[in-house]
Ligand binder design. Structure first.
Ligand code: SAH
Length: 279
């Protein structure tokens, strides 16, 4: 068993499964920072920012297992196999994922696989994009005057279902809209037009404010404010792409007073000049 004092020292043949936070190195935990010094092998995703990758010591062997240039990532089974193989070869493996590994990060699947193989592992949680992204956009995801609860959902499920859609079928969107004043959507850009319609069908006003925060907490952060009614048009007009976190609810309005991070506002007027080519 690990103790809090020793887990980041890393025994050969063990894995630390950790979250890097959403991008800003200031949101990296001290635990991950120590693990970066202690590991000899790093397995990382596309959502680990270049700013954080710049902190990886040159001696660490790197394995990239994310999506790049529109190509699909290597499958989960292959990633599990890489982790097992490296650990069994006696490496000190740091498996680093964007945000938190157990929040829509498939960290549970990887830890399960390590457990089945008898490989010692520990978990270092990370700051999740659904909390830090809104904060960097000046949006408190709870506010006493607005909400006593908040829902975190994924807007995308894989593989595509029988109807050829990727909107999660296990979610009753109409009920979620009625029950949760504030909804934070991960992987929500592509399906937001459908989800917005279903929230409206469940009784939410079409004027409910919506924020899309792209590359949150990095120098590339861009925030677009829209509404449930206008979201589909605005997304297609401004070609908003992942990775973006979506916040739905009246808390978005606090941004008018609480915006503090850089000049990140994206509008229909400025998006043609401000569009970025990055993936
Ligand atoms: N484990 C991650 C989530 C992985 S799912 C976490 O806890 O944050 C991938 C989704 O996370 C993206 O589609 C996007 O919705 C969100 N995301 C992750 N990093 C982000 C960032 N820097 N800016 C905006 N959204 C981000």
């Amino acid at each position: 068993m690990h103790t809090v004092d020793t887990y980041t020292s890393m025994a050969p043949g063990s894995v630390i499964l950790a979250g890097s936070g959403p991008g800003d190195p200031n949101l990296l935990t001290l635990g991950v920072y120590k693990a970066l010094q202690a590991c000899d092998t790093l397995v990382y995703d596309a959502l680990v920012s270049p700013e954080i990758m710049a902190l990886v010591p040159a001696s660490v062997e790197q394995h990239f297992v994310g999506k790049r240039g529109g190509h699909p990532s290597i499958g989960q089974e292959a990633i599990n196999a890489i982790l097992v193989q490296l650990a069994k070869a006696g490496k000190k493996v740091l498996r680093l994922k964007g945000g938190d590994p157990f929040v829509f990060g498939r960290g549970g699947e990887e830890a399960y696989c390590l457990s089945c193989e008898g490989i010692p592992f520990s978990i270092i949680p990370g700051v999740t994009a659904g909390v830090a992204g809104p904060a960097y956009a000046g949006i408190p995801i709870t506010h006493r005057d607005v909400n006593a609860n908040v829902a975190f959902l994924t807007g995308h499920e894989s593989p595509t279902n029988a109807a050829g859609e990727t909107v999660p079928t296990t979610v009753d969107w109409e009920s979620v809209g009625a029950a949760f004043p504030v909804i934070v959507l991960y992987m929500g850009v592509k399906n937001l037009p459908t989800i917005a319609k279903r929230l409206i069908a469940g009784g939410r006003s079409g004027e409910t404010p919506v924020a899309l925060i792209r590359w949150a907490t990095t120098p590339r952060q861009q925030t677009m404010i829209t509404t449930l009614n206008r979201a589909a048009d605005d997304i297609s007009e401004c070609k908003i792409k992942p990775p973006s976190i979506v916040v739905i609810g009246e808390v978005v309005n606090y941004r008018d007073h609480l915006s503090w991070f850089a000049d990140d506002t994206l509008t229909r007027d400025n998006c043609k000049n401000k569009l970025r080519d990055d993936e």
